[in-house]
Design a protein around this ligand. Structure first.
Ligand SMILES: [Zn+2]
Length: 84
């Protein structure tokens, strides 16, 4: 799999580290925290994920199709607004 970094261009996936689901929102209640930490969906289709490009140390939000692994839109996580 190859992923496009907005700063370095298209690179091999071995340069990236998966860092989690970008669609999760940290809950306000303690009761919901266990589900937030331990429960994960296994979606089929397009999914937003956090990836770290270990070469340039940039956190990215990558849309990736979970069946084909095809990357979609890739943006730097710091440009992301809360709730998007
Ligand atoms: Zn990069």
């Amino acid at each position: 799999m190859r992923l496009p970094c907005p700063y370095c261009g298209e690179r091999d996936s071995r340069e990236f580290t998966y860092r989690g689901d970008a669609g999760l929102v940290r809950p306000d209640t303690e009761e919901a925290m266990a589900d937030y930490v331990y429960l994960r969906d296994n979606p089929l289709g397009w999914h937003k994920e956090y990836w770290l490009h270990t070469v340039c140390r940039t956190w990215l939000v990558v849309e990736r199709h979970t069946q084909t692994h095809a990357p979609g839109a890739v943006t730097a996580a710091r440009s992301r607004r809360a709730g998007s």
